[in-house]
Write a protein that binds this ligand. Structure first.
Ligand SMILES: [Cu+2]
Length: 496
């Protein structure tokens, strides 16, 4: 069977959706046809009068994810996704975001600490044929952040079509470390995004109630916009900066030969020490940086293992399992035969984090995540919202929280629903104090902007909102399953 036939067979399956691990491409040797690994262009902007200037254009395009089939897409300075932006802590950046899509959009700087009006959330709409010009100082430490559409009710749809890109921040500390850091050579960005396609090659977004309820899970995973690519390693020590840019899918990342790798960074940058692991779980919105040793010269496959969603309970867990959401499947092949010696190893100390004392918190807040009862039957409120925080669906005109600038708070995020939610807070990098009834694992002790809260469980995070206040314009907190965010699981906070 040719690949195209698998795709057609998938589209014609009984549920109308082909799921991973069953009749889709993933049951076969997906690496049979070697597809080149795509490294998104690096864009460091131009420095003019001491400011780092980026020119971005949101535009429509066309891709050929499958030979002979065209897919209508959107992207930033290109047909699908955007360039990897790079700046340094201390830079003052100006970004010109021109919208040529033909409809409204926004561009959110995920993970950044920045003024509310520069955040690119639902309140900073960029109308068609206009240019939005955010500018702010880069105050985040070295980290791997990203940017994506955050248009109210349309985030899932726009990100799905391609409105996302990666953003690397360096600082003096990160530049001094002997870590692989040559972009595209031994420092490789990976954005994971699963997608469904119609038989004509077009993207298929939401087409059924389970896709709303559990979030959209696609039967093909794009790696930087390519299905099942082969990466030819150039160095024996390779760093992968991995972003889960999927709408809803969780991954349990690891290698086909169960080799250990070193986790060196999470959402908000370097850990204090590398953590050796065989697997790492990554939810939508989260990032992880790993260093893989390819000294044995063998080919290896980056995979997703079972366990990514197995924490989901009861009927929901069963449904997700039955639908293959927790299947084991291949993502990309790494060929190491021609990799050259790196001459270094991962240092045993990466960074020193400030020690935060929970006793210094001046406010505590509960965030209860829930899903509308009877959702299968179309339950929810009159707006069609089915997902709630503290029993309320997102309202652009309601402020849910007023926080004080430069003041520590502890947020308790309580999941009263039968599936896991990645909870994301804008304008901060927090520390996890407790997660799902336990102390955070070593790799969960780094700075984070998104935390997985498993069903009927809770997470405690400590945070502060530094530097900026605004009495009118709010930031967002929300579930990063985009179908949940778009249907109510989001709230607004002011920092004053
Ligand atoms: Cu959710």
């Amino acid at each position: 069977m040719k690949r195209r036939n698998f795709l057609l067979a998938g589209a014609a399956s009984t549920l109308g959706v082909a799921f991973l691990g069953t009749q889709s491409l993933y049951a076969n040797d997906i690496f049979e046809e070697e597809r080149a690994f795509n490294i998104p262009p690096l864009y460091e902007g131009e420095v003019v009068n001491g400011k780092r200037i980026f020119n971005l254009e949101l535009q429509r395009g066309e891709m050929e994810f499958f030979k002979g089939l065209k897919t209508q897409t959107i992207g930033i300075n290109g047909a699908f996704l955007g360039p990897t932006l790079r700046a340094k802590k201390g830079d003052f950046i100006n970004i010109n975001v021109k919208n040529s899509l033909g409809y409204d959009s926004t561009l959110h700087w995920h993970g950044f600490e920045l003024p509310a009006r520069m955040d690119g959330g639902p309140h900073q709409i960029i109308e068609n044929n206009t240019t939005w010009k955010p500018e702010f100082a880069v105050t985040n430490r070295a980290s791997f952040l990203w940017y994506h559409s955050h248009l109210f009710h349309q985030t899932g749809n726009q990100v799905y079509k391609g409105l996302a890109g990666m953003f690397i921040i360096d600082d003096d500390e990160s530049q001094k470390l002997p870590l692989p850091n040559e972009y595209g050579i031994d420092d490789i960005p990976i954005v994971l995004q699963d997608r469904n396609f119609n038989s004509d090659g077009s993207f298929r977004y939401i087409s059924s109630m389970p896709e709303v309820m559990m979030g959209l899970h696609g039967n093909y995973v794009l790696i930087n916009g390519v299905i099942a690519p082969t990466f030819k390693a150039k160095k024996k020590l390779t760093r992968f900066r991995i972003l889960n840019g999927s709408n809803a899918r969780f991954y349990m990342l690891g290698f086909s030969d169960y080799r250990k790798f070193k986790i060196i960074a999470t959402d908000g940058g370097l850990l204090e020490k590398p953590v050796s692991s065989k697997q790492v779980r990554l939810a939508p919105g989260e990032r992880v940086e790993i260093v893989v040793d390819l000294n044995d010269g063998k080919d290896v496959v980056l995979k997703s293992f079972k366990g990514a969603t197995s924490q989901n309970m009861g009927m929901m867990g069963m449904m997700m399992g039955n639908m293959g959401f927790d299947a084991e499947f291949d993502l990309m092949k790494i060929k190491a035969g021609e990799a050259k010696s790196s001459g270094t190893d991962v240092p045993s100390v990466l960074s020193i984090h400030p020690k935060w004392n929970p006793k210094d918190a001046r406010a505590g807040r509960d965030m209860v995540l829930s899903m509308g009862m009877g959702m299968m039957m179309g339950g929810g409120n009159s707006n069609g919202d089915r997902f709630f925080i503290n029993d309320k669906a997102m309202d652009m005109n309601r402020i849910d929280v007023v926080a004080k600038k430069d003041t520590f708070e502890i947020w308790k995020i309580i999941n009263k629903s039968p599936m896991s939610h990645p909870f994301h807070i804008h304008n901060t990098q927090f520390k996890i104090l407790a997660i799902n009834g336990r102390h955070p694992n070593a790799y969960e002790q780094g700075f984070k902007d998104t935390v997985i809260v498993d069903p009927m469980s809770e997470a405690y995070v400590m945070l502060s909102f530094k530097n900026y206040s605004d009495n009118k314009i709010p930031y967002m907190f929300h579930c990063h399953i985009l179908e949940h965010e778009d249907r109510g699981m989001m709230g607004q906070f002011l920092v004053t």
